[in-house]
Ligand binder design. Structure first.
Ligand code: GUN
Ligand code: ZN
Length: 440
């Protein structure tokens, strides 16, 4: 079994730093070591203690920072080709750009080619796990899982369920057909390799009551399968949902009524919720995906970090590509920071990094496998370069502590700052930068 040590600066979270950088929430070694054995974390700690065995091979990352791979809790792989497309607001953007692009995923060759590009892009950006929407076509999900399995990635995905208010080329023939297709996909993929299935009603507007009922049935039948949808993203969307479901108290109550609020359920956006909704979401064990670049790009609104915290709703960061305008979780952290600024709130760099790593693992109930450097966990990790660009290098030289360094990666960083991405201890992506030598 291969056993190797990585030497460098190391950051590891144990909990949520909150807005005061709780010192018990993280570990940091400026001269650290991570020992990986058979694709799993064996040990992490100070280099001086861990690297006494001269026979142990060591990859020296110098002053670069090692941390667990990023986890993107909400992203659409079929929207790779609509990123940065026009469309002022959500519903117009869906109709004009997104739905036409998604119709092409009936073609397995197209789906496969995009899935490869998408996984390359995730890894270039340091994202090792994502919760991914496919299109309404089962072949899109098969293509994605085949590509993810080929790269040994831990991934969650599901077929978008949609049986109304969408073009023919995306509409499920019937709720019963879509339920049967979902069951087939769950049986084929859930728990195979490092893959998990998510029951994925796209959003309340594109599912009939019969379809939402069938989602609830699937959720009961498969309690350890994920649930993944959109919620309360845009004012017009919210008012159309309320009009379509007049007997329900709120948008959230639509999902609640059909039994879709539970652990392992993630709802993207969660901007327009009231106190009752928030209490109910928290009590259910479901979580929110905070998608700042998408919310800003589509002009949807500002996620309220403080109110979400006060209600004890778990949340984590997500790109929401292609409504989101970057695959980079570093850029996404920077946008989250600006949303906090606009709402008069605090997002410390340390917490932003937590929200992009361990928070996602916890929300997805995968924290016993990924999201931190804990002995026995899967060794998915990344190496951040403090000198990835001349400006980063210059500003990093002026930093006094970890928090200042993280702030620079968060505000100035993007894919260029991710020097290497490791999946199960194997280098999945390496970038030769500024004359750096590839590690052996
Ligand atoms: N709501 C329903 N579908 C979508 C989508 O594809 N992107 C976003 N951002 N919101 C949605
Ligand atoms: Zn989305």
């Amino acid at each position: 079994m291969s056993r190797i040590a990585h030497r460098g600066a190391i950051l590891n979270f144990r909990g949520d730093p909150g807005d005061r950088d709780d010192p018990c929430s993280y570990q940091y070694w400026e001269q650290g070591a991570l020992i990986v054995c058979g694709g799993k974390v064996e040990q992490v700690g100070p280099a001086a203690e861990l690297l006494s065995d001269a026979a142990l091979p060591v990859i020296d990352h110098g002053s670069r920072l090692l941390l667990p791979g990023f986890i993107d809790t909400h992203i659409h792989y079929p929207q790779t080709d609509v990123i940065a497309a026009g469309g002022r607001h959500l519903l117009e953007w869906l109709e004009r750009y997104t739905f036409p692009a998604e119709q092409r995923f009936a073609d397995p060759e197209h789906a496969r080619a995009v899935a490869h590009f998408f996984c390359d892009e995730l890894l270039r950006n340091g994202t090792t796990t994502a919760q991914v929407l496919g299109t309404a076509h089962s072949v899109s999900v098969n293509a994605f899982f085949e590509v993810a399995a080929g790269r040994a990635l831990r991934m969650i995905a599901g077929k978008a369920l949609m049986d109304r208010l969408c073009p023919d080329g995306l509409r499920d023939v019937s709720a019963a057909d879509a339920e049967r297709d979902t069951r087939t996909l769950i049986e084929r993929w859930h728990g195979r390799d490092r893959l998990h299935y998510a029951i994925t009603p796209r959003f309340a507007l594109t599912s009939s009551e019969a379809q939402l009922e069938s989602c609830g049935r699937l959720a009961r039948e498969f309690p350890d399968v994920f649930i993944h949808s959109h919620l309360a993203e845009n004012r017009q969307e919210v008012s159309e949902v309320c009009a379509a479901f007049p007997q329900r108290r709120s948008y959230l109550d639509v999902y609640d009524h059909y039994g879709l609020l539970r652990e392992r359920a993630t709802f993207a956006h969660c901007i327009y919720l009231d106190a009752i909704d928030r209490g109910r979401l928290a009590a259910s064990g479901a979580g929110a995906a905070f998608c700042p670049s998408s919310n800003l790009y589509l002009g949807s609104g500002l996620f309220d970090i403080a109110t979400t915290d006060a209600a004890k709703i778990p949340f984590a960061l997500a790109t929401d590509v292609g409504g989101g305008s970057s695959f980079s979780m570093l850029r996404t952290m920077g946008e989250a920071y600006k949303v906090a600024q606009l709402t008069g709130q605090i997002l410390t760099p340390l917490r932003a990094f937590y929200l992009a790593t361990l928070a996602g693992a916890r929300q997805l109930r995968l924290q016993d496998r990924i999201g931190s450097f804990t002995a026995g966990h899967e060794a998915d990790f990344i190496v951040l370069d403090p000198a990835a660009t001349p400006l980063l290098a210059r500003r990093m030289d002026q930093c006094r502590d970890l928090s200042e360094r993280l702030r620079l990666w968060m505000i100035l960083g993007d894919d260029r700052a991710v020097a290497h991405t490791y999946v199960l201890g194997r280098r999945a992506c390496f970038k030769e930068m500024l004359g750096a030598k590839p590690p052996s």
